[in-house]
Design a protein around this ligand. Structure first.
Ligand SMILES: [Zn+2]
Length: 413
């Protein structure tokens, strides 16, 4: 067997294609192996549209990066014909080893997609020896293709949340299917608020789904989300995720702490001591700080106590019990914050809680677990890390899909 035949076999070449020659370029670092592909003169090629074998009209040379051959970078070169099909006219043929327009072979892209599922794109780029900018083009392509195959025709319940692509700028809103245990992300789009919900509705329709079949939506307490869900998903009950209730009060506690620290010195360890729940293990310093702010009557201690009292509401077993506990919680909290200027952020959180109470309580009637949106935070962090170095909104969304969308086979032959 000749060397060229071995290469042809390794590349999976089918007639009329064959390896015409090979050349190792040792001037370059790393060395480059160039394989020149071609066909016999007078060979016929299938029309890209109908598959009919046609004669070549003219040729143009193309180069593709292929998998490394041992430590050498490997390139394929071929003169690719345009054929003249009696039905479809003069068309460039599609070569069996690469997709149209790509500078990489299919096998190379396949390896890239496998690696991109496991590590940051910048790491994949240095591993295979190319730029991450080029790899993003490949990854964006395959992920977008795979997302087209996601079926939303039976979607009944979804959750949504927003996150910043970079700290404090360019928001992305993510939609998850609440009935999917694993890889629940079904849509993500730039922006936050009303318009993203409308875009999602259009997306569902384009994927064979029906907005009126959606019976439950879980979100945070943002007014624009709520109004948009009511408008675009009229059949859906809206539940406010418990995670966002806790977040609301946690943020308020932190604001109180910051404001109070400007007036009097808080003991070391206060910040994390009050941010952690009473069920989370604390360091000795944090535990002592909590005791001290309590006995010294700091406003931060009151804010912390209110936040922790929420757990009592959360532990209610029925909707009725939760309703009763909420009423008591509100009374208890309102009394504590009354007339205390430093506790204004908590007073505001209490008003928000009260305003959304019905939707918050709906979680006790819902058949979906409410831990889902909380889990998204970890996903956002992972996606940011994996898209590092070359992060824009499109890449960030691609990475979220790659990590958490229901896309199994990324390469379809
Ligand atoms: Zn044709």
């Amino acid at each position: 067997m000749r060397t060229n035949d071995i290469f042809a076999l390794g590349l999976g070449l089918t007639p009329p294609w064959q390896v015409l020659s090979q050349r190792l370029d040792t001037e370059k670092t790393p060395h480059e192996l160039h394989l020149d592909l071609g066909a016999d003169r007078g060979a016929t090629y299938p029309c890209p549209t109908c598959g009919r074998n046609c004669k070549a009209h003219d040729f143009e040379e193309f180069i593709w990066r292929h998998l490394n051959f041992f430590q050498h970078h490997c390139y394929l070169t071929a003169r690719v014909p345009r054929v003249t099909c009696p039905k479809h006219g003069t068309r460039r043929i599609v070569v069996p080893w690469a997709r149209p327009g790509s500078n990489f072979t299919l096998l190379f892209e396949q390896v890239v997609m496998i690696l991109a599922r496991e590590m940051p794109v910048a790491t994949v780029a240095s591993f295979v020896g190319t730029t991450d900018k080029r790899l993003w083009r490949v990854i964006n392509h395959y992920v977008a293709e795979a997302m087209k195959r996601v079926d939303l025709s039976r979607l009944k319940a979804f959750g949504l949340d927003e996150t910043a692509c970079k700290r404090g700028q360019r928001y992305v809103t993510i939609f998850i299917d609440l009935d999917r245990e694993d890889r629940p992300v079904i849509f993500a789009t730039e922006g936050k608020g009303k318009q993203t919900v409308q875009l999602f509705r259009e997306h569902i329709i384009s994927k064979g789904g029906h907005p009126n079949r959606v019976l439950e939506v879980v979100s945070d307490m943002s007014g624009s989300f709520i109004a948009a869900v009511e408008e675009h998903f009229p059949q859906a009950d809206l539940t406010v995720d418990w995670f966002h209730v806790v977040q609301l009060f946690t943020t308020a506690v932190d604001e109180v702490r910051k404001a109070e620290s400007k007036e009097r010195a808080l003991p070391k360890g206060t910040r994390w001591g009050v941010l952690k729940g009473c069920e989370t293990a604390k360091t000795q310093t944090q535990a002592e700080a909590l005791q001290e702010i309590e006995s010294e009557a700091f406003a931060t201690a009151v804010a912390y106590r209110i936040k922790e009292q929420l757990r009592w509401v959360r532990r209610a077993e029925t909707h009725q019990a939760a309703k009763w506990r909420s009423t008591n919680f509100l009374k208890y909290a309102r009394d504590l914050v009354a007339d205390e200027l430093l506790l204004a952020p908590v007073a505001k959180a209490i008003r928000t809680f009260e305003k959304h109470l019905e939707r918050i309580l709906f979680r006790w009637c819902s058949w979906h677990t409410n831990a889902r949106l909380e889990g998204l935070n970890g996903l956002f962090q992972a996606a940011r890390a994996r898209a590092r170095g070359y992060r824009n909104v499109a890449n960030f969304i691609t990475m979220i899909y790659l990590i958490a969308a229901p896309i199994g086979d990324l390469i379809v032959k």
